[in-house]
Design a protein around this ligand. Structure first.
Ligand code: ZN
Ligand code: ZN
Length: 376
C-alpha cells in the first residue's frame, strides 16, 4: 500500500508566477508547528501574525513586527483541519489554505508550496474550475476528472520541487473553501475514485466547455491517438449557450493567417477566396481545411491563428468578407461540460456520463490500481 500512501499528499505551488516579495500569514496556534530552517520555533501566544519577506538569498521573519529569524526555509506545519490565512495588499480577500505551507525565497521573490491531502485540495479546484450552483451529480464527474488529472500530472513541476501550480497551466486552485456543500459531498462520495484505460493507466481526462454536437479524436488536435478520446455525437449540449458562435473577418485577415500557415500561399488558389461565393462546410467535424491541391491546413492551427472559439465552423466568403459560423467552445476532446451538466439534470449518474464521453475506460478506486501494480 506504499504507492497509495505516497500519492495521498500533493504539493501545490501557490500564488504561482505572482512575483510576491512578502506575505503575511496568520492563524491560531493550536496544533501548528513552526519550522525555521527545520528547527522548531515555539510560540507563546494563542494566535499569530508572521510577516515573511524575501531578500536576495533568504527569508526574514517578523512576528508582530519583531524579527524572529533569517532563514532559507520557513514551514508552517498543520494538520488537514488546520487553516492558515495568507494576506497581501494585492489580494482582494485573504487566502485560506489547509495542511502545511513551505516558504522558500529566490532572488527576492517568495515561492510558497501548499502541502496537503489530495482530497482536501480538490474542493478548491472544483470551485475554481467549475464554479458553484452546478448539479450534485456533475460535481462527482468533475471530482473524478480533477483527481485523475492531478495524479497523472504529479511530475509537471518536478524541477521546481512541487507537483502542480495553482494557475490554468495545471488546475486553478484558490485555496481552501467550504462554500458549497454539494462540492464537498461529491468529493467525499467519490473519494479515491479515478479513471483508467484498458492498461489500467490513469487517463488524460480532457474536458472543454461545449463540443457543438460532436467531440474530436485526440490525434486531430494533439497528434496523439488515445483509445479513450474518440469522436462521438453529443446531442446534450446543442441547445446550451456556448453551442453556437459567429464571427466576421476580412478576406485580408484570413489570407494573412493562411500565409503564416502555408509557406507558398497564394490567395488566388485558396478555395474560399477563389470565386465570389466560396465556402468551406463541416457537416461533421473535419480535421483540415483543404486550402488548395498542394496544401491542407489543420483546423486547430486556423483556430489558434484567428482566435476562434472552436475548430468546428463553416466559412462563407462574400464580397471580401468571410463569415464564420461555428459550433462549440474549446478544443473539443473528451468530456463536454455543457453536455455533462445537461445529462446530470436529466438524471444520468456520474458513471454513465463518464462512459459516454470517455471510451473503453474503467472507473476504479486507487486501491485497485495498487493491487494491479503490486500483482505484476
Ligand atoms: Zn502548472
Ligand atoms: Zn457536447
Amino acid at each position: 500500500m506504499q504507492l497509495h500512501a505516497s500519492i495521498s499528499e500533493v504539493k501545490i505551488g501557490i500564488l504561482y508566477g505572482m512575483n510576491l516579495t512578502e506575505v503575511t500569514v496568520s492563524g491560531k496556534k493550536e496544533n501548528v508547528k513552526f519550522l525555521i530552517d527545520s528547527v522548531q520555533f515555539h510560540l507563546n501566544q494563542e494566535s499569530y501574525t508572521i510577516k515573511i519577506v524575501a531578500t536576495h538569498d533568504s527569508l526574514k521573519l517578523y512576528l508582530h513586527d519583531s524579527l524572529i529569524g533569517v532563514a532559507k526555509t520557513f514551514k508552517i506545519e498543520g494538520g488537514n483541519y488546520q487553516t492558515t490565512r495568507l494576506l497581501h495588499p494585492s489580494f482582494k480577500n485573504e487566502k485560506i489554505y489547509r495542511g502545511s505551507i513551505l516558504f522558500t525565497g529566490n532572488k527576492g521573490f517568495l515561492f510558497p508550496v501548499n502541502i496537503l491531502d489530495i482530497e482536501d485540495y480538490l474542493p478548491g479546484v472544483l470551485e475554481a474550475e467549475v464554479g458553484i450552483g452546478r448539479p450534485p451529480e456533475y460535481y462527482k464527474v468533475q471530482a473524478i476528472i480533477c483527481r485523475t488529472y492531478t495524479l497523472s500530472h504529479l511530475r509537471r513541476h518536478e524541477m521546481e520541487e512541487f507537483n502542480l501550480c495553482d494557475k490554468e497551466h495545471c488546475q486553478v486552485f484558490k485555496g481552501f473553501t467550504n462554500k458549497s456543500a454539494d462540492i464537498m459531498q461529491a468529493i467525499e462520495k467519490t473519494e479515491g475514485v479515478v479513471i483508467v484505460d484498458q492498461e489500467f493507466s490513469l487517463i488524460t481526462a480532457a474536458f472543454h466547455a461545449n463540443c457543438g454536437g460532436q467531440t474530436v479524436n485526440s490525434e486531430d488536435i494533439w497528434n496523439k491517438k488515445l483509445s479513450y478520446l474518440r469522436s462521438i455525437t453529443d446531442t446534450f449540449c446543442i441547445r446550451q449557450k456556448s453551442a453556437v458562435w459567429s464571427k466576421e473577418i476580412s478576406s485580408d485577415k484570413w489570407a494573412a493567417c493562411m500565409q503564416k500557415l502555408c509557406s507558398n500561399y497564394s490567395a488566388a488558389t485558396d478555395t474560399l477566396l477563389l470565386n465570389n461565393e466560396g465556402s468551406f462546410l463541416q457537416f461533421s467535424r473535419k480535421r483540415d481545411y483543404p486550402l488548395n491541391q498542394n496544401c491542407v491546413i489543420p483546423l486547430k492551427d486556423i483556430r489558434n491563428g484567428l482566435g476562434l472559439r472552436s475548430t468546428y465552423f463553416n466559412a462563407h466568403q462574400q464580397n471580401g468578407h468571410i463569415l464564420l459560423s461555428g459550433r462549440g467552445f474549446g478544443h473539443g476532446a473528451g468530456l463536454c461540460q455543457d453536455g455533462a451538466i445537461r445529462m446530470s439534470k436529466l438524471g444520468y449518474n456520474y458513471k454513465s456520463i463518464l462512459h459516454f464521453y470517455y471510451q473503453n475506460v474503467s472507473i476504479v478506486h486507487l486501491d485497485k490500481i495498487d493491487f494491479f501494480r503490486f500483482d505484476e
